[in-house]
Design a protein around this ligand. Structure first.
Ligand code: NAD
Ligand code: IPM
Ligand code: MN
Length: 361
């Protein structure tokens, strides 16, 4: 099979981690008889440097011609990077938000799994991690605060900033349906997370999610307030199967969930629309503090590539092979610094990629 993949290496550790994911994809191609045809695309700071803007129309058009896009991460250190002297709509992050919107990638799936082998890297007590845990965070990705009206005005010498949070019932219904569909293939539990004790948008969210739940009698729905959810994630992460939530809450809770699995460097993600197309990227950022040192963990990106094979290409066997190879490398005790614990072997970004390739046979 010919896989037409757009590649956005991005900024910071982006090029380092994407290179490893491409290496793994090529190895899968070799073993299973597929060819990956890559189209390099510029986004974020790398695009600002060349085109003056974080995303061009041409890049969007090229991305649309691909079957899927693999991405590293974008952005830099706002304290030192010249990109942050530009107005907000021209900064790296604006490119990421625009591509999500233009490609209608409303469903962001972030699987947070505690690997048995990584218990030592998890900051929670052993009695909490016993038996491991496996949750899917379903984050709405094209609505809410990220895409509401935004302005800063000065009135009578007082600066006031506005960010509006809007959801309509259709936006809520489509992500809720996707969440319940995914729950049907898992442990059949959805925890819908909102702030319905305060926000109108959350009260509508809860009403629509409850309507959708009526079509899925086998799935248990629990509503949970976001502050409680943040606490429950560290108190008892095992209780979660699918966490269904809006854009901003999902951003924050997924970073928290990543840490209870050991590191943000382990958290893959898929951003999907109504078709087979998807954008696959690690959930973490460009990690400017460690960029260029060859020490970033490439596993989240490699697991994102595996999600790509599964969702966009229906190559389940190949995706399983990547996941098994990751498991094996962790079992053998190889670790990047972010998931390091006593008695394990510390290696760099490239070595982890190489070791995963060796285990795909
Ligand atoms: P970050 O996720 O980049 O880094 C937070 C911490 O996690 C840092 O200490 C970093 O070294 C560590 N870390 C992250 N990924 C790692 C990996 N793969 N291996 C080992 N350690 C890793 O978050 P930040 O510092 O708040 O943001 C930095 C930049 O990234 C900002 O410009 C932000 O806007 C951007 N960002 C981009 C994305 C994206 O492209 N999807 C996501 C999040 C943040
Ligand atoms: C993520 C990132 C982005 C977000 C930023 C870089 C705009 O944090 O993908 O989680 O907030 O969605
Ligand atoms: Mn984030």
């Amino acid at each position: 099979m010919q896989l037409k993949i757009g590649v956005i290496k991005g900024d910071g550790i982006g090029p380092e981690i994407v290179t490893e994911a491409m290496k793994v994809l090529d190895r899968v191609g070799e073993v299973y008889g597929h060819t990956c045809e890559y189209t390099q695309l510029l986004m974020g700071g790398a695009s600002i440097d060349v085109n003056g803007v974080p995303l061009t129309d041409e890049t969007i058009a090229k991305a649309k011609e691909c079957d899927a896009v693999l991405m590293g991460s974008i952005g830099g250190d706002a304290k030192v990077s010249p990109w942050y002297k530009l107005e907000p709509s021209k900064r790296p992050e604006a490119g990421l938000l625009r591509i999500r919107k233009e490609l209608n990638l409303f469903a962001n799936l972030r699987p947070a799994v505690l690997y048995d082998e990584l218990k030592g890297a998890c900051p929670l007590k052993e009695e909490i991690t016993e038996g491991g845990f496996d949750m899917m965070i379903m984050r709405e990705l094209t609505g809410g605060l990220y895409f509401g009206e935004r302005r800063t005005v000065e009135e009578n010498g007082v600066m006031t900033a506005h960010d509006s949070l809007t959801y309509n019932e259709n936006e809520i219904r489509r992500i809720a349906k996707r969440g319940f569909d995914i729950a049907m293939k898992r442990r059949k539990k959805v925890t819908s997370v909102d702030k319905a004790n305060v926000l109108d948008s959350s009260r509508l969210w809860r009403k629509v999610v409850e309507e959708v739940a009526a079509d899925y009698p086998e799935v248990t729905l629990e509503n949970m307030l976001v502050d409680n959810c943040a606490m429950q994630l560290v108190r008892d992460p095992k209780q979660f199967d699918v966490i269904l939530t809006e854009n901003m809450f999902g951003d924050i809770l997924s970073d928290e969930a990543s840490m209870v699995t050991g590191s943000i460097g382990m958290l893959a993600s898929a951003s999907l629309n109504e078709t087979k197309f998807g954008l696959y990227e690690p959930s973490g950022g460009s990690a400017p503090d460690i960029a260029g040192q060859g020490i970033a963990n490439p596993i989240a990106t490699i697991l994102s590539a595996s999600m790509m094979l599964r969702f966009s290409f229906d190559l389940d066997k190949e995706a399983d092979a990547i996941e098994a190879a990751v498991d094996q490398v962790l079992k053998e005790g190889y670790r990047t610094g972010d998931i390091m614990s006593d008695g394990k072997t510390k290696v760099g970004t490239t070595q982890i990629g190489d070791l995963i390739c060796v285990n795909i046979a």
